[in-house]
Structures are given as structure tokens and as C-alpha cells.
Design a protein around this ligand. Structure first.
Ligand code: ADP
Ligand code: MG
Length: 446
């Protein structure tokens, strides 16, 4: 008899052709086959709300597909992660599951220390609180919530806290990316109560718990619930908690108030894109560490061109150095200009909200005032959402509230909605992808 995995694999193949790409990616593919009970195939949805939605929209399709492939089976049972607990308890048969993810916390990267982090105005609050925490974990700033755009050093700072504490104190430090926490939780629920206890032990026995990118907790109800208890438990016993996110707690959608208020209950430190001097200093520090030879004018040119993402800047530097080595020359501004053309185009002149509004309106031949006004006709609303989406993508350090405000005093939740809607559409709509890249090209041409 075929395994649940095989059965589900076959079903997925035909579901992919029988449902829209977006439904398939968002709702069907994330389901996980759990077991067969009598004539039912049991499928696990990632959350209770996903389970309900799939049940209301796709149950018949799932059933029909199942019956087509496996005449012995006729029913689908959809469960959520919490039901998984009951389910595994009921089943009780020894399973040949892969070992549960009781892996230790993710290793800390040794190179991410306070010493290698360049401090400037844009990140000094985050840096200072992080240092204070590593001196006296659990005492003053608890929890620390760090937020800022992509590639601005959040992960670096968390590792630095961990490295410092591990080298100076006899404390148990755990760093986990939020998706690892989520997976671990789901694995725990799936294998029943004994592991869910070990999940609890694992996360509640540490002195310092750091969770990276907690924006991914949005909408994951069961995980949030578990994290809420973990949080309270640790916090009450004076253990340090550090979290990072790409946005402030109030802009994380689908987060219940009680969790949001926990996130906000200590200190919130933002990281903004570094100013020019800091960018130059970061590049110089990196060349020093890697013992490379790059003239100052090249550094300055690069720091002037790339402003919103340190990771991109480092990537450009690496590429330049590599190309110079291949050609056996010293990196020059010319080499930078020609060889990093693709890169230059991407992030040439830093986009602004004005620029985005302007280009989107040009593209759709609309008047900017329409987008900034109350108009709700389909075209205007779509163009406005697209412009908001581009702002969140290209100006990742700009708070959603400011974007909303710019677009006619709208609420940050409106921006969130626009962002999520467009990014879902982009996953399946090729025409929209082309439109988006056209507009981005307009933006780079200034
Ligand atoms: P985030 O987690 O915010 O997306 P990371 O911590 O992964 O960003 O940082 C991206 C890269 O940029 C890393 O290699 C990091 O070391 C580097 N970086 C970011 N900010 C700084 C800084 N202020 N000083 C030195 N390196 C930095
Ligand atoms: Mg990170």
C-alpha cells in the first residue's frame, strides 16, 4: 500500500492543474498528509483559519481528487495544529517519523560581534540596548524588540548579544529564526504530548531567548499561543527575551493584542538605513577584516550609490573584489561602474514616494491627485495599491504609517492590505509581474 506521502504527492500533481496557481500555492500545497484513518486521508493545515478556509473552498475538489487516485479512500479530514495533538494521542501507534527537530538552537556566527558592527546615528539605540543586555541580561530592557528594514543588521546584533553573553557568562543562550520556532512547534504537536513537553522544556529552560523575524508569527495562531506562554514563563522568571522584526509590533498584521502588548512591554529599538559616513565606515571595516585593497574613492562611490541595504552593499563589494582579482587589477571606479551595471541599475537613484507615485501614475495615465484622494474606482484603487506595495518593497525602512499618511492620510492597515494583496497576486499573475518590472525600470531611469 502506498504511503500517505505518495498518495498526497499524486494528488498534488493533479490539484496543480485543477486549481488556480494562487489557490494551489497559498492553500493546497501547504497542507501536509498526516495519516489514513479508515477510509479517510487526514490532512494538516498550517492554522485553524487556513483549515476553515480550505474546508469551505476546496473540500469537494480534494475529495474528488482523492477518489480519482485511490478508490479505497473516500473522505478527507482536515485538521489544524492544535487538533494534531489530540490526533496523535488517539493514534498511539509507534511511528517511523523522522527524528523530531530537537536540534539545538541555531549556531551563532562568530563574525557577528559588537566589534564588527559599525555604530552610527541610525542604529545607535539598538546597539546600545543590545550591549546593555549582554552586560546584564534579564534586568533592564526586557524584552528588547529590534525592528528595521532588510539587511540593516538586526540578525548581526542578535548574534552579537549571544556571542558576548556566551563568552562572558555561564548562561544558556538560544537564538532561533522564527520559522525554525514555528516548525519545531508544529513537529512537537504532531508527535504528541511527550515531545510537546520537550518543546516546552527546550524553550523554557534558557536564560536568553532570541527570536529573529517575528513578523512571520503573523496569522499563526497556535504558534502565537505557545509563544505567549513561553514568553510569560521566561519573563516572569527574569529571563531575557530579544526579538527582531522588519516592522514595529503595531504593524504586524494578524497578531492578537495581548501578544502585541507583550512585544511592546520592554524597549523598542529601530534601525534606520545608515547615513553616508556610516556606510563608508562599514565598507572600510569590511575591507580591513578581509585584508583587501580597495581605493577610498571606490568605497565612497559605492557608499553613495547604495543606501538602503547594507547586505546589498557588501554584496556589491564582494563582487567588485572578485572581478578585480579575476582581471588582475586593483578595483577602480570604472570597473565598479561597468561591472556592477546591473547592480547600479537596480539601486541607482534611491527611489522616493514621490517618484513611485509619479511613475505609477505615468504608467496608468492617471492623475496623482486621484491616487492621493478618495477615489475608489477599480483602476484608481488598483494603481494606489500597487504604488503602496512598491513603497513597502523599495523603501523598506519607511514605516507603513508614513506610507499610508502619504497616500491621502490612510491607515497603516490599508497599506498592509495593499502589500499583501499585490504580493499574492504577483505570485501567480505574470502580466502583473511584467507591469511591475516596467514600472521599476521607469523608476531607475529617474
Ligand atoms: P537583517 O537581519 O537586518 O536583515 P543582517 O544582520 O543580516 O540584516 O545584516 C546584513 C549584513 O550587513 C550582514 O553581513 C551584517 O554584518 C552587515 N551589517 C549590517 N549593518 C552593519 C553595521 N552597522 N556594521 C557592520 N556590518 C553591518
Ligand atoms: Mg535578519
Amino acid at each position: 500500500m502506498s504511503s500517505v506521502q505518495d498518495i498526497w504527492g499524486n494528488m498534488l500533481t493533479s490539484l496543480e492543474t485543477e486549481s488556480s496557481a494562487i489557490s494551489f500555492d497559498v492553500w493546497l500545497k501547504p497542507l501536509e498528509p498526516v495519516d489514513i484513518v479508515d477510509n479517510r486521508l487526514v490532512l494538516l493545515a498550517p492554522s485553524a483559519s487556513a483549515r476553515d478556509f480550505v474546508a469551505s473552498r476546496f473540500l469537494n475538489l480534494l475529495k474528488a481528487t482523492l477518489q480519482k487516485h485511490h478508490t479505497m479512500l473516500s473522505e478527507i479530514e482536515l485538521i489544524d495544529p492544535l487538533e494534531m495533538e489530540k490526533f496523535s494521542a488517539r493514534e498511539q501507534k509507534p511511528k517511523q517519523e523522522e527524528p523530531v527537530a530537537t536540534k539545538d538552537a541555531v549556531t551563532l556566527l562568530a563574525k557577528y560581534t559588537f566589534d564588527t558592527f559599525v555604530v552610527g546615528k541610525a542604529n545607535q539605540l539598538a546597539f546600545a540596548t543590545a550591549q546593555a543586555i549582554s552586560e546584564e541580561p534579564g534586568s533592564r530592557y526586557n524584552p528588547l524588540f529590534i525592528y528595521g528594514g532588510v539587511g540593516l543588521g538586526k540578525t548581526h546584533i542578535m548574534h552579537a548579544i549571544g556571542n558576548k553573553i556566551r563568552s562572558t557568562k555561564n548562561l544558556k543562550v538560544m537564538y532561533v529564526p522564527s520559522d525554525a520556532f514555528i516548525n519545531d512547534f508544529i513537529a512537537g504537536v504532531r508527535t504528541g504530548s511527550s515531545h510537546s513537553n520537550s518543546f516546552k522544556d527546550k524553550y523554557r529552560s534558557v536564560d536568553v531567548l532570541m527570536i529573529d523575524d517575528v513578523q512571520f508569527f503573523a496569522g499563526k495562531e497556535a504558534t502565537q499561543e505557545e509563544f505567549f506562554h513561553t514568553f510569560n514563563d521566561l519573563h516572569q522568571s527574569g529571563k531575557q527575551i530579544v526579538m527582531s522584526s522588519d516592522r514595529p509590533p503595531k504593524e504586524i498584521g494578524g497578531l492578537p493584542d495581548r501578544l502585541r502588548s507583550r512585544f511592546e512591554s520592554g524597549i523598542i529599538a529601530d534601525i534606520q538605513p545608515p547615513d553616508l559616513e556610516t556606510r563608508i565606515a562599514i565598507l572600510q571595516r569590511k575591507i580591513q577584516n578581509d585584508k583587501q585593497e580597495v581605493p577610498n574613492e571606490v568605497i565612497t562611490y559605492m557608499a553613495e550609490r547604495i543606501s538602503n541595504n547594507v547586505r546589498e552593499m557588501e554584496g556589491a563589494l564582494n563582487k567588485l573584489v572578485l572581478l578585480a582579482q579575476l582581471e588582475g587589477v586593483i578595483p577602480s571606479v570604472d570597473l565598479l561602474k561597468t561591472t556592477l551595471k546591473d547592480f547600479d541599475e537596480k539601486s541607482g537613484s534611491a527611489p522616493t514616494m514621490d517618484g513611485i507615485l509619479d511613475k505609477v501614475c505615468k504608467y496608468y495615465t492617471l492623475n496623482p491627485n486621484e491616487l492621493l484622494g478618495k477615489g475608489r474606482t477599480k483602476d484608481v484603487a488598483h494603481a494606489r495599491q500597487l504604488a503602496m506595495y512598491l513603497c513597502t518593497e523599495l523603501l523598506s525602512a519607511t514605516p507603513l504609517a508614513s506610507i499610508g499618511n502619504y497616500f491621502g492620510g490612510r491607515d497603516h492597515t490599508t497599506v498592509m492590505h495593499a502589500r499583501d494583496k499585490i504580493s499574492k497576486q504577483l505570485a501567480s499573475d505574470n502580466k502583473l509581474k511584467f507591469i511591475m518590472s516596467d514600472i521599476k525600470e521607469l523608476l531607475t531611469k529617474g
